[in-house]
Design a binder for this molecule. Sequence first.
Ligand code: ATR
Length: 272
Amino acid sequence: MDKYAVFGNPISQSKSPFIHQQFAEQSGQALQYNAIKPEHDDFCAAVKYFIASGAKGCNVTAPYKEQAYKLATTLSKGAELAGAVNTLTFNENGTIIGDNTDGPGLVEDLKANNANLQGRILLIGAGGASRGVIKPLLDCMPEKLVIVNRTEAKAKALAERFKSYGNIEALSQESLVLEAGFDIVINSTSASLFNELPSVPTQIFTNNTLAYDMAYRNEPTIFCQWALDNNSAKAVDGLGMLVGQAAVAFEIWRQVMPETKSVLANLRAELI
Ligand code: ATR
């Protein structure tokens, strides 16, 4: 049976085995998918051991995405620009292909939520999670992608890095009050994990806004709740992005794009 796994630390909380098992059942494929915490935090040794055991590929989560980027012998354009890899494919000739499906997973979920990807998009945060989604968002040709971050210089650096791929601009948190509202507002900061809100003005939301928090919980995240309390049309958490990135990885490995809606519903039910 073809073997896959997700590598991370911690890893016991990972939903990936559940998701991939459902994809496999749904598409009638026999595969094994485990969650692995590398011994002694040695990611490269753990992956090499996994490859030697005949495995076909793996997903990679925190804190190993940069190490996976370095381990790959060939990178997709998305992974190269993201500077991080969440999907590795092991070929029989010894090559290791690195992809980043986080951004495509987010775009899939935004589409599933009928978001206006050709409109005005605000991306809050300028860390690894933000960097991974910029190119896929720009590929949707938004009217404008604004990036804002607590540490403004990091937002400016990302806008500079991606400026040849579309209309991207970095703004300070304060200057957002002068902007019209956004069609999509994405929170890529880790603030929700600490039950905190980024310092951005509520004018970013209109009654057409889809607010999206990359974090997820079994109840609305603090960011989703705040967006709804401030006029947003809809607020969605990142569980769909998690399923979406898994689906794109599954397609890379198995050449079948799984159906995600039912898997997301099953996963949501498991969270409660
Ligand atoms: P990740 O790889 O998950 O994106 P990261 O690289 O540590 O993690 O980046 C975290 C992001 O969340 C950064 O944009 C960070 O802002 P700074 O660059 O100013 O540090 C942002 N962040 C974390 N906590 C925040 C908070 N309480 N309010 C606003 N932004 C926050």
